[in-house]
Every structure is written in C-alpha cells, then in structure tokens.
Write a protein that binds this ligand. Structure first.
Ligand SMILES: [Zn+2]
Length: 189
C-alpha cells in the first residue's frame, strides 16, 4: 500500500490552530503555515475530510499536486495554431485567436491532487504530468468557466475536441452539405 506525500496549508483558516493534531498525524511544520507529511491510503480520506471541515488547503505533493507556472507557454509552444493564428475550443469548437483562448487542464488539478484513486488511473493511462501536453486542451473562456473542476462527459468531449482536425473536418462536412443542397436546388427546382 502506497504512502502519499501530502501538503497542508492555511486555507481560509490557519493551520496554527491544528498544530498538535497535524503533528500527531505525522506531519511536520515547514514554515509559513505549511505542513508536510506522508499518509497511508487508509488515512488519506480522513485527513482530507478534516481539512475540508476546517477550511485548510490540502493537496498531494507529487507530480499531480501542482499546476506549473508555464503550462500555458508550454502548450502554445508544443501546439502551434492553425493557419491564421487560431485554435478551436476543444469543447464547443468555436475558433479563437491566441489571445482569447485559454488553456484548460482536462483532468483538473484541484480534483486529481486530492484523489489517489484517480492518480492511479491516470498513471495507468500514461498521464504522469497534469501540466504536460496529454492533459492540456485549448478552451474558450465560457467553456473553461462552465467546466471548472467537472469531469465525466467533459473529459470525453475534450479528448475528441482537442484534435483540431476534428473541427476542421466538421466544417468541411457542413460546407459540403450546404453547398450540395444549394446546387441541387438550383439544378432541379
Ligand atoms: Zn468553448
């Protein structure tokens, strides 16, 4: 059974008030209201529930715990835009220029960092880094806000919609259908 490296920080309340309990659980203070420790899978849920109840910040201190500072730049570097400088939103397919498109974490850091079972699943799927290209998709502001930390159907949508050719193909099919109908009407009516 694995042990999970966990960090607890001041959230809307102070860790200060829970010092003795955190130390009792095997955490050690690293300064600035921050505590680090390793908890077993069994204890993980209890610590998480405690932090939620006491309004403290809680996350795992591994590759799934943090969003990197440069994930946006990295995404744009590794995924050049379509000709004309735009990206299709992975969820709704509306094209936006680079300035107006946001970069979304397909599997949200907030959820994954608190869920060892999900981390295991992602490892099996080969996503070892939430800030890597496998977990980043372009999204418009509206979809990004709507999705927030949701998963489920959003993940499925994003995994298809991240392929820019999917939307190009859709446009092509639509144009062909419209053009074909116009032509048939013109010809036979
Ligand atoms: Zn969108």
């Amino acid at each position: 059974m694995g042990k999970y490296p966990v960090v607890i920080e001041n959230g809307s309340r102070r860790t200060f008030w829970h010092h003795f309990r955190l130390v009792w659980w095997g955490f050690s203070r690293v300064g600035g209201g921050k505590y680090k420790g390793r908890v077993s899978e069994r204890k993980f849920g209890r610590v998480r529930a405690f932090c939620r109840e006491k309004h403290l910040r809680f996350y795992t201190d591994n590759e799934y715990g943090r969003r990197s500072r440069d994930y946006r730049a990295r995404f744009f570097r590794e995924n050049p835009p379509l000709p004309g400088g735009f990206y299709f939103c992975a969820y709704c397919g509306i094209p936006h220029g680079r300035r107006r498109i946001t970069v979304d974490h397909l599997y949200p850091v907030a959820k994954v960092s608190k869920d060892p079972a999900l981390q295991k699943k992602l490892r099996r799927r080969g996503i070892s880094d939430l800030n890597g290209p496998a977990n980043l998709v372009p999204a418009c502001h509206r979809c990004n806000a709507k999705k927030a930390a949701q998963m489920g159907v959003w993940i499925r949508k994003g995994r298809i919609g991240r392929h820019q050719w999917f939307w190009l193909f859709r446009w092509l099919v639509r144009c062909t259908v419209v053009f074909g109908l116009c032509y048939l009407c013109y010809r036979y009516l």
